[in-house]
Write a protein that binds this ligand. Structure first.
Ligand code: ZN
Length: 185
């Protein structure tokens, strides 16, 4: 089932999300719905707050990038109760966008490498290190469950320049091709 994506301005996007247990209701179905919602919006990552749930869960699938970059094939992952325990390497700047901020793309500085501990969809524990675009995607989604958005990391001047776009998103004014839920009707 395709779920509406919560737009900038929704308070749930600013909450620090909580851990879940294996007993979380309909978790399998929820994860399947998150992937379906993400694919429908042509996204490569989606975090639970973006569908209105303040829980520590996000999904990533980099397959759409694999045509030009084979290393991204088969990177389809579910992250439950993740903790980034280490950031390292150079600061890298790269343009980012977000399904909760359609129409906005800004350069964001992030650490090159991360180490993350998480549970997968079967509640098997993992402790993994990532670099490159993997680390960027994971950091972007991880920020969501910490109540942060990529525009928090851009300069004050850049934020001033996109203020009109942000106000439109609060009012639900966007022509993105997917279902959204704005804070104002
Ligand atoms: Zn996002």
């Amino acid at each position: 089932m395709i779920l509406p994506i919560y737009l900038y301005g929704q308070p749930v996007l600013r909450k620090i999300a909580s851990d879940i247990t294996q007993e979380y209701p309909n978790l399998k179905e929820l994860i399947a719905n998150m992937f379906e919602t993400m694919y429908n919006a042509d996204g490569i990552g989606l975090a639970a707050p973006q569908i209105g749930l303040d829980i520590r869960l996000f999904v990533i699938d980099l397959e759409p990038l694999a045509e030009d970059n084979p290393q991204y094939a088969d990177f389809k992952k579910v992250f439950i109760n993740p903790r980034i325990v280490e950031y390292s390497g150079d600061i890298v700047k790269m343009d980012e966008g977000c399904l909760s901020l359609p129409g906005i793309s800004e350069p964001v500085e992030r650490e090159a490498n991360i180490r993350i501990q998480y549970l997968d969809e079967n509640f098997v524990a993992h402790d993994e290190t990532y670099g490159d675009f993997f680390a960027r995607c994971i950091q972007h989604e991880y920020d969501h469950i910490e109540g942060k958005l990529f525009i928090d990391k851009i300069s004050g001047i850049r934020r001033q320049l996109i203020k009109g776009k942000l106000n439109n998103l609060i009012k639900g004014r966007t022509n993105c091709g997917y279902r959204v839920k704005a804070v104002q009707k």
